[in-house]
Design a protein around this ligand. Structure first.
Ligand SMILES: Nc1ncnc2c1ncn2[C@@H]1O[C@H](COP(=O)(O)OP(=O)(O)OP(=O)(O)O)[C@@H](O)[C@H]1O
Length: 314
């Protein structure tokens, strides 16, 4: 079966600066791939190359088996792209704009009305068809941006930072929409926001200084985020010696008034036993929280364990 996207040994230089460095990956049907990295990591450059808007220095990109450099028109038919700044014309109504996009995508006039209605319905825009885009909220303008990306029913949708500048409710709605789109399209979502990937995606790739340093499922990312420490707070002072007796506990740091950070073996979670001891001894269990690594810590972890920034498959 052909992958929806196949990227092989992709490079992009800006002068001497290597912004995308030997990136290879595939996107399969049913996958929502989060392309995660800090600002300047090379996400937008990669997205633009995949969408045929930026020439690679070298490498190959196949969209549904079609080479975007050899057959750009055919390959682009399989693609919907929402750039970081949505390409909407604010002085058109939603209907006029989407109709225009449908025609640009080569949909015949007879079928464009239907295509626009379907895209509006999927993006929750049915009620606002006659309204000027300029008068819509930023969240709705973003939906219009997504509607233009799906109006021609592409196999693949590429969304570059789709929730930047939205308020928390709008963010939730757009993430829900992305999950929904993932049922019928392959989706690549570029973002520097870790929770975005955790909430919306099935797979994740981390790009760091132009290189892919992690490629795996969301479950594998969650695994990496689990730090090997717990924070325990008690109402009465705990007898630390008893906590040391729990299997897997390596060291205990007292961090304040009846608060303890317990470091443990990665493969042995002592939380249940610690809770039993605290409750059994009558110290009062006020808090027991497994600590989690931040994205920055994961970057450090990954880049330190693979000094050349080589890709790890989790
Ligand atoms: N046209 C350009 N000319 C020179 N350098 C560029 C150009 N576009 C991007 N870069 C550089 O290439 C690197 C990758 O940029 P890119 O925009 O792809 O990263 P990004 O991960 O999308 O970051 P952001 O989230 O800030 O957009 C950065 O160091 C950036 O400064």
């Amino acid at each position: 079966m052909t992958s929806l996207i196949q990227v092989q040994e992709l490079y992009r230089y800006y002068g001497d600066h290597c912004a995308v460095n030997n990136v290879s990956f595939t996107l399969e049907k049913g996958e929502i791939l989060g392309f995660l990295g800090p600002n300047g990591a090379g996400k937008s450059s990669t997205m633009q190359m995949i969408c045929g808007n930026l020439a690679p220095t070298s490498g190959q990109i196949l969209i549904n088996g079609i080479d975007i450099l050899d057959q750009p028109r055919e390959a682009k038919r399989e693609l919907g792209y929402l750039p970081e700044i949505p390409p909407v014309y604010r002085d058109l109504t939603v209907d006029e704009y989407l109709e225009f996009c449908a025609r640009l995508h080569g949909i015949h006039r007879d079928r464009s009305r239907r295509a626009v209605d379907t895209a509006k319905e999927r993006c929750g825009l049915t009620e606002v068809g006659p309204r000027l885009i300029n008068n819509l909220s930023k969240g709705y303008q973003q939906r219009v941006g997504i509607a233009q990306a799906i109006v021609h029913m592409p196999a693949v949708i590429v969304l570059d930072e789709p929730t930047v500048g939205l308020d928390p409710i709008q963010i939730r709605e757009i993430r829900e929409l992305i999950r929904e789109l993932g049922r019928e399209h392959g989706v690549i979502l570029s973002t520097h926001i870790l929770p975005e990937v955790q909430e919306s995606c099935t797979h994740v790739q981390i790009i760091h200084k132009g290189r892919l340093v992690l490629n795996g499922t969301i479950a594998s990312l969650e695994q990496r985020m689990r730090a090997s420490s717990l924070v325990v707070a008690t109402c009465e002072p705990a007898d630390v010696r008893q906590l040391y007796s729990v299997e897997g506990v390596q060291s205990i740091e007292e961090t304040g008034h009846n608060r303890y950070r317990i470091f443990h073996d990665k493969d042995k979670d002592p939380a249940v036993r610690i809770a039993e001891i605290v409750v059994g001894a009558g110290w009062g269990l006020a808090e027991l929280v497994p600590e989690r690594r931040s994205m920055e810590q994961i970057f450090i972890d990954i880049t330190q364990t693979s000094p050349q920034g080589e890709e790890q498959t989790a």
